[in-house]
Design a protein around this ligand. Structure first.
Ligand code: S3P
Length: 439
């Protein structure tokens, strides 16, 4: 049996320093996908060397793409062109990565060969029908389990028809999966989203010069069969990883942390908008808008936070940050209420349940709703919590320990490596008292 990793994290009196977090996970996945489908070479810098984006990298190696690296976040991808992928020799293993599973399903449904996508226990429980139903409408032939989960068997075809589709859920993975299939369909496809979600696919396709247009009201048009050339992509730091250090500094008296080169794409800054409404002191400096993804440095100081009703229009813009937002809420005065966030139940774990359980263990009062949670700010106690195999739950409770009366033992933290392999090192660098233990 493989060993487990737990974290032990203790309170501290002040956090200081200037750090850089690893590359954005969503953009890293997409850099491999679009670099592989380009004609000729692409150079990627700042690639996240975490298990999830490496799963995408290995999948494209299985599909015959030559990729040099990663070395210090640098990759050279020898793109094979839109029609150059080859049949994999066996199952493609995607570990814990929902983004790899959803996006690659869309792409492989349009290839003239069979393939099978598999994942770990958590990924094998995640919903796939949202992706396979519209792909089937385009003519794809895909089999999943009766429960609508992976493994995904794809009987590829080169005859997909175009799609005009209004997304029934706010999901950038679904949107991107359909965009990838539409790149192979004859004619113009239109995908509309009722709520804006992260637009990294659209931005990257524009950077590569692929046939895509999108407007601010969420209508995306994709022209099938357009090939394009390789390019250079600089991946900014992941705001979803920065989020843990932002909240760490906000809840720890005497703290002042600067996080450099963070992606501040407007479709990802829900965390900043929500925390500012709670009273956070976050200065956005050195903004750069000349790249395909805007970046900035974030200067964060300890702040007295107050509970709020989280605005519904921020949910999709902060979808991965709720575990750590809930920790901010636990340290704020009064109530924080989140409703309309049922998507949180189908992430790497049910994030409403995982967080409510851990917060209750640490003495914070919560009420769980079918689409959200109420958290009443209070004193964080000590205790043992479990991540439910979920990287963001593990990191959120590591940060909660900063304000704990004793120490917090967080069980099952191995999956932190999926998105933030050097989390412990950076946490120590800014002054946290945190260690990992092998069980
Ligand atoms: C992602 C989209 C989001 C997010 C995930 C990454 C992406 O998922 O939670 O971590 O890169 O497209 P959904 O599309 O399921 O909301």
């Amino acid at each position: 049996m493989s060993s487990l990793i737990d974290y032990r994290s203790k309170s501290v009196t002040g956090l200081r320093g200037t750090i850089e977090v690893p590359g954005d996970k969503s953009i890293s996945h997409r850099s491999i996908i679009f670099g592989s489908l380009a004609n000729g070479m692409s150079e990627i810098n700042g690639f996240l060397e975490g298990e999830d984006s490496l799963a995408t990298l290995n999948a494209f190696r299985d599909l015959g793409v030559v990729i040099e690296g990663p070395q210090d976040g640098r990759l050279v991808i020898h793109g094979v062109g839109l029609y150059g992928l080859s049949a994999p020799k066996g199952d493609i293993y995607l570990g814990n990565s929902g983004t790899s599973m959803r996006l690659i399903t869309g792409l492989l449904s349009a290839q003239p060969f069979r393939s099978r996508l598999v994942g770990d226990e958590s990924l094998s429980g995640r919903p796939m029908r949202r992706v396979t139903d519209p792909l089937s409408d385009m003519g794809a032939v895909i089999e999943i389990t009766e429960k609508g989960t992976p493994p995904v068997d794809i009987f590829g075809t080169s005859k997909l028809t175009r799609i005009n589709y209004l997304l029934p859920v706010a999901s950038a993975q679904l949107k991107s999966s359909l965009i990838l299939a539409a790149m192979y369909a004859r004619g113009l496809s239109t995908i509309e989203e009722p709520v804006i979600t992260r637009d990294h696919t659209e931005r990257m396709m524009s950077a590569f010069g692929c046939g895509i247009t999108s407007n601010v009201s969420g209508c995306i048009k994709i022209e099938g069969g357009k090939d394009y050339r390789g390019t250079r992509i600089d991946v900014p730091g992941d705001i979803s990883s920065a989020a843990f250090f932002i909240v760490a500094a906000l809840i720890c008296p005497n703290s002042n942390i600067t996080i450099c080169n963070v992606g501040i794409n407007p479709t990802r800054i829900g965390i900043l908008n929500i925390l500012e409404k709670m009273g956070a002191d976050i200065e956005v400096i050195n903004e750069r808008h000349d790249l395909f993804e805007p970046t900035a440095d974030l200067k964060v100081r300890y702040s007295t936070l107050k509970g709020i009703k989280i605005p519904k229009n921020q949910i999709s813009l902060a979808i991965d940050e709720f575990p750590i937002i809930f920790i901010a809420a636990a340290c704020a005065s009064g109530e924080t209420i989140l409703r309309g966030a049922e998507e949180l139940k189908v992430k790497e774990s049910d994030r409403i349940e995982s967080m409510a359980k851990g917060l209750e263990t640490l003495g914070i009062q919560t009420t769980v709703y079918d689409d959200g949670i109420k958290i009443i700010g209070g004193e964080i106690g000590s205790g043992t919590v479990n991540s439910n195999h979920d990287h963001r739950i593990a990191m959120a409770f590591s940060i909660a320990a900063i304000r704990s009366s004793g120490e917090v033992l967080i069980e099952d933290c191995k999956n932190v490596a999926t998105s933030f392999p050097n989390f412990i090192d950076l946490a120590k660098e800014v002054g946290m008292r945190i260690d990992s233990e092998v069980r």
